[in-house]
Ligand binder design. Structure first.
Ligand code: DGL
Length: 275
């Protein structure tokens, strides 16, 4: 019998691998399962109800696979499903399990990066319309002005392997110009979508040199490490054989090919059929 008790890391597709990479680099000792719901990605334009339904289904799969702790390495799922899962679903499923997201850890520190106190937040339409970043950042940094911009074409470009293409430049420049036109004093931009680090070079290319671009991987890894140091009862439940397994709800060949780019090393996935 498989007695492993891994940390679950979830994303709608490949994007969460950029965060997962930082988590594994910081805490290689734990066992992990990564699940990409590639068959139903992207989540970015979907309704609250749909994102909640899909995310909950994936969270339950992690629980069945033995994970006591699941990280939603997806801003859209964190914005649209996390609170309902934590407050309404978890108590009825298993109150000892935990599901954490990526918005709060990012909101807790992003204000420290800005001198002008004006920050740009780039995310999917779902993340931006939820208003979650404005609310969370202003809890920790009431003086910060948050300028959010939805970039609906970026995830499809990335999921389809077009992130390095000349065609992607058009949509990178377009959204950044629109963001900066509304707030020229922005000195810090948070990539509030775990897919976007794949566009980092292009994003930098179309921004003034003084604007810093912050990805979430390191922030989320530091926050998880601090969480486990504080919640020793959870840390003790996790097995530590350093075993990583990747799962996708869609084609494994595609996942392995794209996934290795996001993860930075070879990925060998297994297919999962969610019930
Ligand atoms: N990677 C997800 C995020 O951080 C979004 C991808 C999607 O639209 O499915 O929001």
């Amino acid at each position: 019998m498989d007695k492993s008790s891994p940390i679950g890391v979830f994303d709608s597709g490949y994007g969460g691998l950029t965060v997962f990479k930082s988590i594994v680099a910081k805490m290689p000792q734990y066992d992990y399962l990564y699940l990409g719901d590639n068959a139903r990605a992207p989540y970015g334009n979907r309704s609250f109800e749909t994102v909640h339904e899909y995310t909950l289904q994936c969270v339950q799969w992690f629980f069945e696979m033995g994970c006591p702790l699941v990280i939603l390495a997806c801003n859209t799922a964190s914005a649209k499903a996390l609170r309902t899962i934590q407050q309404q679903d978890l108590p009825g499923i298993d109150a000892t399990k935990r599901v954490l997201g990526v918005i709060r850890p990012s909101a807790e520190v992003i204000g420290n990066y800005s001198k002008t106190r004006s920050i740009g937040v780039l995310g999917t339409k779902g993340t931006v319309t939820s208003g979650s970043y404005e609310i969370e950042i202003n809890k920790f940094f009431p003086d910060i002005k948050v300028h959010s911009k939805g970039c609906p074409m970026w995830v499809p470009l990335i999921e389809n392997g077009e992130y390095g293409s000349a065609g992607a430049d058009y949509f990178v420049e377009k959204y950044l110009d629109e963001l900066m036109a509304g707030a020229a004093d922005i000195d810090t931009i948070l990539l509030a979508c775990t897919h976007y680090p794949l566009l980092m070079d292009k994003i930098r290319k179309f921004l003034p040199a003084h604007v810093q671009v912050v990805a979430q991987g390191g922030i989320v890894a530091d926050s998880l490490s601090a969480y486990l140091a504080k919640h020793t009862e959870m840390a003790q439940r996790l097995t530590q054989a350093g075993i990583i397994r990747f799962f996708t709800t869609d084609d494994t060949v595609d996942f392995d090919r794209h996934g290795s780019t996001f993860f930075g090393r070879a990925v060998r996935s297994e297919m999962v059929h969610l019930k």
